[in-house]
Ligand binder design. Sequence first.
Ligand SMILES: Nc1ncnc2c1ncn2[C@@H]1O[C@H](COP(=O)(O)OP(=O)(O)O)[C@@H](O)[C@H]1O
Ligand SMILES: [Mg+2]
Length: 324
Amino acid sequence: MEPFVFFGGKGGVGKTTVSCAYGLKCARDGHRTLVVSTDPAHSVTDVFDQSFDDSPRSVEGIDGLDAMQIDPEDEVTRHLDEIRQNLSEQVSASMVNEINRQLEMAHGTPGAYESALFDRFVDVMRDADDYDRVVFDTAPSGSTLRLLGLPDLLEEWIDRLMYKRRTSIDLFEKAAVGNNEPRRVMDGDPVLRRLEERKAFFEFAGSALHDDAAFFLVLNPDELSLNETRRSIDDLREKGFAVRGLVANKLTPSPDPDENGRGARYLRERVETEEARLETIRSEFEPPLVAEIGWRSAEVKGDLLADVAAELDVETAVEPPTHV
Ligand SMILES: Nc1ncnc2c1ncn2[C@@H]1O[C@H](COP(=O)(O)OP(=O)(O)O)[C@@H](O)[C@H]1O
Ligand SMILES: [Mg+2]
């Protein structure tokens, strides 16, 4: 399978748990693996009982497995600071205040959060030479993936800007004959450089996500989760990404056949309802169900993680990346 694997789904369904379990499985099969977690509320830190931050660190007791934790809030701040820095170098001082005001407002928008996180993911993918596989515990939404169309737009901007710069540099040259200055001005143009950087960045993101990534969705056996999953499948497909498989998590365990108390009857009814929902998934959803994971009585960590890993029917073999 592709070197980059994403597990998407709504909050609390078990993305982090499943990502860690899959990471464990990959590492045990001999692949150098990195798990990238994004949720500060329940993250790799809780699953592995070890603290992680935003640079990879090896998971104690598991050879070949590293983990890192990205705080989306920090990423937004970092992202906006970077924009501010870039812009301040390029515009007059009088505009800086207005830019700061706009950026403060942008901080609170959901788009800022997602796009900052997306930037960080792409950075991690670009910098993943040490790993055979990188597992992300969330998947970019359709609206984020729309950003992958950006290179074409940037190309147009770059062309137009080049044209304008060239014209003004031509004038400049006519005024200052016999000087090498104009070429240098063009080459060192910070706006142009920035646009070209962003273009290369999104081109990489597009090819890495299209050719070197597999998307899975984690869901729970309830109506809400099924509906959400259906929407995500469509949303991703619309942007040109097929969901590879579905992971059903937190399935109610069956009681023993000879048990007939109230608890057992309740469990049996639940199992029946959930089985009907799984049947809906099997017959109506395009991606196959690749795991049916039972609801444990405690948080999934330690030995339980290995149990869950064993229930994941997701291959670990790594195809070499096609991106450079
Ligand atoms: N199969 C399971 N059995 C028991 N608890 C689970 C199971 N899967 C996840 N959990 C628990 O549910 C909570 C949410 O899981 P998590 O993986 O953090 O979800 P997400 O990353 O999608 O928000 C955690 O406390 C986790 O330990
Ligand atoms: Mg999580």
